[in-house]
Design a binder for this molecule. Sequence first.
Ligand SMILES: Nc1ncnc2c1ncn2[C@@H]1O[C@H](COP(=O)(O)OP(=O)(O)O)[C@@H](O)[C@H]1O
Ligand SMILES: [Mg+2]
Length: 333
Amino acid sequence: MSLLEIKDLTIYYRLQGGWVHAIENVSVNLESGERLGLVGESGCGKTTLAYSITFLLPNNAYLKSGTIKFEGKDLTKIAIKKDGGINMFAEGLRDIRWKEISIIFQSAMNSFNPVMTIGDQIAEAIQTHESIGRQETEERIRGLYEIVGIPKDRMDSFPHEYSGGMRQRSLIAMSIALNPKLIIADEPTTALDVITQDRILAELVKLQKSSNSSMIIISHDISIVAQLSTKIAIMYAGEIVEMAPTREIFKAPRHPYTMALLKAFPSIRGEKRRLVTIPGSPPDLVNPPKGCRFSPRCPFAKDKCKNEEPQLREVSADHSSACHFFEEIFEVR
Ligand SMILES: Nc1ncnc2c1ncn2[C@@H]1O[C@H](COP(=O)(O)OP(=O)(O)O)[C@@H](O)[C@H]1O
Ligand SMILES: [Mg+2]
């Protein structure tokens, strides 16, 4: 049994003018000890996918199909209303959040209660799930502060008294406070400088390894997840378009979008060209393009790509790609 098993997940957001196809038919498995990097440009559905795991979604989000099993238990049975709407406060989800699955949110500012000190908020999270005394709790928080590099005497500060980077670090401290089995880090270090970023991510991975927990690390930048993840899922326009062990993604990418994120398109004649950016931007997900959603931007697109929707297919046992032509389009790096 996998720790996390997401199967055929489809989540839409309701808008006045229609539905945003935010996640379409996504399947991912994660074993204990694995670190999944979730990569794609902004607007490709990474946050929606990650937050759906504990159903922390806005109230216009609807589950259209699929299951999310954590340790074999289908969480959609707990959280989904009859009409597909999501009850993010459903009984049973509270027990899972922080203790079993923790999320380091993209925006740390909104994650804290402004009228409580950060130390008290971490203490509350710990004491909600574990019956340990005040002193032991404080000791644990001091240990966490050391790991994330915040001076211990700042425990009694309020969120607005912290810098953006310190808030982000205290959120990381909170996310590891209860030794969860799965840590989801959504672009966790964008508010930090590069050196702090490297140090904290390395620290997170060290912790994850020592406890054999799993991680999902989200970034728009594939180079950030490269060092950290054991496997990578590339998302484009609400779909996973390629998934493989990290080394394989870098050595032998089999989807043009992945190649684009790696900034290396092979040209038609075979010589390699470096691109600084991918021309165009991800599509409007209210009316996603017909056929392959990447085809309007793909330098290799043929008629079939514009008309037929590609399925994720096996390239090899643990490598899959959703390009119609992955047999022909690959790069020798
Ligand atoms: N509450 C919402 N209502 C409607 N559309 C939304 C909402 N939240 C996100 N979206 C849309 O869903 C898509 C996926 O967004 P998101 O999951 O945040 O992507 P990413 O994290 O990759 O940037 C985007 O098109 C975004 O505009
Ligand atoms: Mg996001």
